[in-house]
Design a protein around this ligand. Sequence first.
Ligand SMILES: *Cc1c(COP(=O)(O)O)cnc(C)c1O
Length: 376
Amino acid sequence: MSSGHQIPFFPPDLFEGDRKVMIDLIREIGTGPAQRFILGDHTARFEQLLRDSLGAADVVACGSGTSALGLVLAAMGVRGGDEVVVPAFGCAPLAASVVNLGATPVFADIHPHKMVVDPDEVDRRITDRTKAILPAHMFSIMADMPRFTELAQRRGVRLVEDSAVAQGAVLGGTPAGMWGEAGVFSFVQVKSFGMPGEGGAIVTRDPEIGRRVRMLRNHGQDGKQRFVHHVVGHNSRFDEIQAAFQTYRFDGFAERLQRRAAIADYYTERFAPLAERGVVPPPPDRDGRCYYVYSLQVERRDELRQHLLERGISTHVYYPSPLPAQRAFARFAGPGDRWPNAERASGRILALPIYPHLTDSQVEYITAAVGEFARS
Ligand SMILES: *Cc1c(COP(=O)(O)O)cnc(C)c1O
């Protein structure tokens, strides 16, 4: 049964509609008299656009979402001997950004259904060496930021929000990125506000964090005097062509998010009755949702994956293994320590295509193919 549909998970035509804009920008900036390709006026305007849209004290564009996490933790003074509590389920930068500062990631288990890190687990794992907690929004669901805000205050630790997947999401009236002392965005192509290349940003309500991160992203310089290095920094600068392109694309961003949310609503409504047959959609809601990825939990996950592939539908497994089970991070897992919900999720999770230019008929086709599997 291949009705001619071919639905990739990473669509090659993601930026097709804006192709001419991109080519014009390459020519304009590439041949401009200033010959400025990083951290110029386009980057400054892009940062201001995001700052105004969020009501942030500062937004600092940088080389990647990963780099943004590292810069924030460094700006907060995280260093050797410190612990940072991170989710046991998620992407490598959650732990690597901590390790790369010489500090220790402490893994906390997730909520079994929402798959975001569990506040009680984080609370339990805070010690007198804990410098910060780093909840992450996952796939389509924001972490319980009101609880983490309360927790950070009560336990006296810094709160960093990994909002890399959640740009544009709002929880209880507060945008993703603005719950933590600082948050991060990623603009890597597949993210909700992705672009054709590598980039990220730090968003913060604390101007001092903004000032430090600005220095750290460009070799410890203050942006006024060149070759005066106040601190040991990094190269994590932002590209002018991408800044101009993202500034242009920001206009359509809210609409693209709406389309993602509409697809997610459709999926969740149709899939809810399949839960008793081992295909479990995320809990329905609009508050605190981002729909970067739409993830099911499926008992016969690999079989469903194959079933969809045979029907021309590509899926993806984020993530096949909990972080402490990775060789790179195994030394940070205490002996006998377990993260049962993360282990269970990594064996069951499956992401369906949800990009905004999926047609209604493609969405219906995917939905029908999943339904057919669950009922078989
Ligand atoms: C994508 C992602 C990052 C890293 O962003 P890059 O731009 O790919 O470096 C960090 N955290 C989470 C939760 C992400 O999904």
